[in-house]
Design a binder for this molecule. Structure first.
Ligand code: HEM
Length: 331
């Protein structure tokens, strides 16, 4: 039965693909049943290792979710973020958004090694990242969705892509929106996916400017609640303490819910890039209010936007490779 469904799916893809204008939009042929025959336990294995890691350290859910984002915004969702430097490869781990910040690589290694035992040379590191992002969301209380699969892994990395494509917390609203649009995502995706900041941490260095000198006049950001700012200043001094950690959602820091949006309405978003969703654009402000009011609407859109994020220019067919180790290309 499963086999005939797969056959039908493949048949219709082959027959109708030439007439389908959707190829570019969805970024290749990914589908949730991709490993049904070749590695039927893939989802179970990924989930159990992510669950173990999140039980050990709740923040890991956030770190894995972010890793998928930082992968997809650079050369597409191709696991380029996982490569270490070697030979001609300069690792994206050294880029400004990732240095001293991106984490979760050991968990991905553990998943990969379990999958290589179960079904050697079959599951890509890019698909592992995508599944781990979904599982992290579910494990912290967020929505679930079917993950289209079939990505392959890159043969290289791009540190310049990592520096330039991934939005910075002090970018303007327009710059951030442009960076999303360049990846085929829209303002709805921007607001919904920013809701990821309902879990996880930020370093002092990522928002210090807001506390001391937002516009260069030596004053703090007036869109940040002044009591909250004073509290943050005690742990994030004018100089030093760069790596000190702060929760992104101070109400429910390890629970995936819509408090992120409620916090924005109370002027208690941590990053400048968070608060400007409310203060710099009417369309995004309306979305912030909508998601603050309805957890269901947020969850529904988040799931859709995560699929769109995961569909950014994947390598499919015979492009790229299935890496044996996620940190290096096959030799
Ligand atoms: C809209 C533009 C975005 C900007 C400017 C931004 C920026 C940041 C920054 C500066 C941090 C803290 C990093 C640190 O200080 O070490 C962070 C953390 C995080 N970001 Fe974003 N982000 C954006 C969008 C996203 C998206 C789309 C996702 C996921 C789909 C995401 C998921 C996360 C998560 C989960 C964390 C916490 C990570 C951890 O605790 O390890 N962010 N982000």
């Amino acid at each position: 039965m499963v086999n005939s469904i797969n056959f039908l799916l493949l048949f219709s893809l082959l027959v109708f693909a030439p007439f389908c204008h959707c190829k570019k939009k969805v970024g290749g042929y990914l589908y949730p049943q991709f490993y049904d025959d070749s590695c039927p336990k893939v989802e179970e294995i990924v989930k159990s290792i992510v669950a173990k890691a999140v039980t050990k350290e709740p923040r890991m859910a956030a770190s894995l979710l972010r890793l998928h984002f930082h992968d997809c915004f650079v050369k597409g969702c191709d696991a380029s973020v996982l490569l270490d430097s070697s030979g001609t490869i300069i690792s994206e781990k050294r880029s400004n958004p990732n240095r001293n910040s991106a984490r979760g690589f050991e968990v991905i290694d553990e998943i990969k090694s379990a999958l290589e035992k179960e079904c050697p040379h079959t599951v890509s590191c890019a698909d592992i990242l995508t599944l781990a992002a979904r599982d992290s969301t579910v494990l912290t209380g967020g929505p679930s969705w079917g993950v289209p699969l079939g990505r392959r892994d890159s043969l290289g990395a791009s540190i310049s892509g990592s520096n330039n494509n991934i939005p910075a917390p002090n970018n303007t609203f327009q710059t951030i929106l442009t960076k999303f649009k360049l990846k085929g995502l829209n303002i709805v995706d921007l607001v919904a996916l920013s809701g990821s900041h309902t879990i996880g941490d930020s370093r002092c260095t990522s928002f210090r400017q807001r506390l001391y000198n937002q516009t260069g006049n030596g004053k703090s950001d007036f869109t940040l609640d002044q009591n909250y700012a004073a509290q943050l200043r005690t742990q994030c001094p004018r100089s030093g303490g760069d790596q000190n950690l702060f929760v992104l959602d101070f109400v429910t820091p390890v629970k995936f819910d819509n408090y992120y949006f409620q916090n924005l309405l109370a002027n208690k978003g941590l990053l400048s890039s968070d608060e400007i969703l409310l203060t710099k654009n009417q369309v995004s402000a309306a979305l912030v209010k909508k998601y603050a009011e309805s957890n269901d609407l947020f969850f529904e859109q988040f799931a859709k936007s995560m699929v769109r994020l995961g569909n950014i220019t994947p390598l499919t067919g015979s492009r790229g490779e299935i890496r044996k180790h996620c940190r290096k290309i096959n030799t």
